[in-house]
Ligand binder design. Structure first.
Ligand SMILES: [Zn+2]
Length: 288
């Protein structure tokens, strides 16, 4: 009898805050966020003032968090990057420095996977996987479609090559047209996108891995403007999170490859239906 009474009392104490929160219409408390940085289109080829190198150096040393690890979606055969000796050396460096090396394309140019046809895409993905195994010794697990363009067939081909597709929550919009790589609206742009992401976070729609919610951010390491302003971008991300009162994890960025990869894999999109909205321009482009 005493046991039952004690049990009842314990249950009441345990359930009281839940009932109170439900009554007050409060949302359940979500896990704090951690920014998962990703870089597309690289590595850059330039032997001097190489933007990819600049990005790597900033991730390693900056005023916010030392030794940040990122996912690099590489173009293994790009004429101006991954297909050159310098580019391949940088792919090896990214891996050696503890980053996740993933696949973006294995074509000379930034080709659209959705328009390639299944046979050509299959061959291209195989080439890309083999290229990365040759440089890093590890098969890539993640892919990001050039131009964010994919359909059910593209996804099937990715899966057949052991690749899962990572889209993005936030984008620096630094890869649409490289000529316009000066964005005076860096902060307002990030603020707007994090405000959108915050809704999905508050609704509990985002994955929680190792106690944090990864928020995927996309940059282009071949963009010289981005490379020069990487430190400023890191500060902006922390700043907009504070402004929107989204709680940040003690470590606001990933600094461990395994954790980073686990989080990235949990945030992948595996069916066309489950996709979050694409960065502004591309959402408009592909929904036409
Ligand atoms: Zn790209």
């Amino acid at each position: 009898m005493l046991f039952l009474r004690l049990l009842l009392a314990a249950l009441t104490i345990l359930l009281l805050p839940v009932a109170a929160a439900a009554q007050a219409g409060q949302a359940p408390i979500q896990a704090p966020i951690r920014f998962l940085l990703t870089f597309d289109d690289g590595p850059a080829w330039a032997p001097y003032s190489n933007p990819t190198v600049r990005v790597l150096e900033t991730l390693e040393k900056n005023p916010y968090q030392a030794n940040i690890k990122a996912v690099f979606f590489t173009q293994t055969r790009a004429w101006s990057g991954g297909g050159t000796e310098n580019g391949r050396a940088l792919i090896r460096r990214e891996h050696a420095e503890g980053h996740v090396v993933a696949l973006h394309s294995a074509t000379t140019f930034h080709s659209n996977h959705r328009k390639m046809g299944r046979e050509k895409l299959d061959a291209s993905l195989q080439l890309g996987v083999d290229d990365l195994v040759a440089e890093t010794g590890v098969a890539p697990k993640l892919v990001r479609p050039p131009f964010w363009a994919y359909d059910a067939d593209t996804l099937e081909s990715y899966h057949a090559h052991g690749l899962r597709m990572l889209l993005t929550d936030l984008s620096a919009n630094d890869g649409v047209i490289y000529v316009f790589n000066m964005s005076f609206r860096k902060r307002s742009n990030m603020l707007k996108m994090l405000a959108e992401t915050r809704k999905r976070w508050a609704a509990g729609e985002m994955p929680v891995v190792d106690g944090v919610t990864p928020v995927v951010v996309t940059f282009h390491d071949v963009n010289r403007y981005t490379a020069r302003h990487m430190e400023e971008y890191l500060g902006i991300l922390l700043d907009v999170a504070r402004e929107l009162e989204v709680p940040l994890s003690d470590k606001p960025f990933y600094d461990n490859r395994d954790e980073l990869e686990r989080a990235a894999l949990a945030a992948t999109v595996d069916t066309p239906q489950s996709a979050p909205p694409l960065p502004g321009f591309w959402q408009w482009m592909w929904k036409q």
